[in-house]
Design a protein around this ligand. Sequence first.
Ligand SMILES: *Cc1c(COP(=O)(O)O)cnc(C)c1O
Length: 376
Amino acid sequence: MITKTRIWLSSPHMGGTEERYVKEAFDTNWIAPLGPNVTFFEKSLEEYVGGDVHVAALSAGTAAIHLALQILGVSHGDEVICQSMTFSASANPITYLGATPVFIDSERKTWNLSPELVERAILNGISKGKKPRAIVAVHLYGMPYQIAEIAEISQKYAIPVIEDSAEALGSTYHEKKCGQFGDIGILSFNGNKIITTSGGGALLSKDPEIKEKAVFLATQARDNAPHYQHSAVGYNYRMSNVLAGIGRGQMEVIDDRVMARRANYNFYKERLAGFDQISFLDEPAGFFSNRWLTCILTDAYETREQLRLALAKEDIESRPLWKPMHLQPVFENSPSFTDGTAEDLFNRGLCLPSGSNLLEEDLERTISVIKKVLDQ
Ligand SMILES: *Cc1c(COP(=O)(O)O)cnc(C)c1O
């Protein structure tokens, strides 16, 4: 009897050398939140992303956003502009600091921040005497946001940008890698991301002092003294040298991972070309997505659900697009500037199995279930 294995949305994909670097950590007894693997991992990220960024490896992408907000001066009572259509980790750290997220709807070209609505929210804030302190912009599913437009608004109103590149390592905008565009960028190496350290993240900035501040805050804000001396409240957010060994190995295969994810997208797009109930998010000129997850847009909520349930029945994992933050119970009291775009995308969108380790037969199995539903 042939038993079918479960097909995952996005599962870890080791390259082969990770265990060697982890073993090195054991052999040299660097079992600590610092050490050679952390340094090597940071260096390889700096070289890969380019743009003279300085990288601090941290325990999670969420921790990186928390530190980024604090370093940019966000504090109690402030308002922070945040993309609504995203994972909750983009917004949660705003509340850790006692600030309020102001959620902004998406535009249809990239599914990310609508520049018009961002500007409207800023003007509204200014008119209340409360200019937003920062903008959290996200490259959703690996598709860069409208970087030039958001940067222009950021400069016009002198509001810094946190570039949430958690899903976009390997994506580029006019040939430059994502992660270098914001005043501070962040990455995630959670188990489902394009490369993983099982759990982990990073903070990036062209300003070396920002990296220094991040490392200082991430290691309990220790002053320079022989004893433990503190003039600020710190965190325990640094990346473990054991996990950084996994990241070091993963960086050797990052280009293959991007190619494999993009190949998944192209496969789905070609094989579903004849179905006008289904559409895809194309790359605008100058935009290059790592296609972390392949997302389809169906003609109606009902089609989305039929597909999701039919796939689940065959033990194939798929998932609706991120539910917008302005529709989440936990954020029901947060202000928002919306036009219905993110809600519509959420209702009709579905993420398909997208791992770089999917086999041809996995993709074939997935597409045959989808086609069966659409042919009805
Ligand atoms: C995964 C993710 C994060 C958070 O990263 P963690 O490493 O899981 O804390 C933040 N923002 C977005 C958009 C993400 O997808």
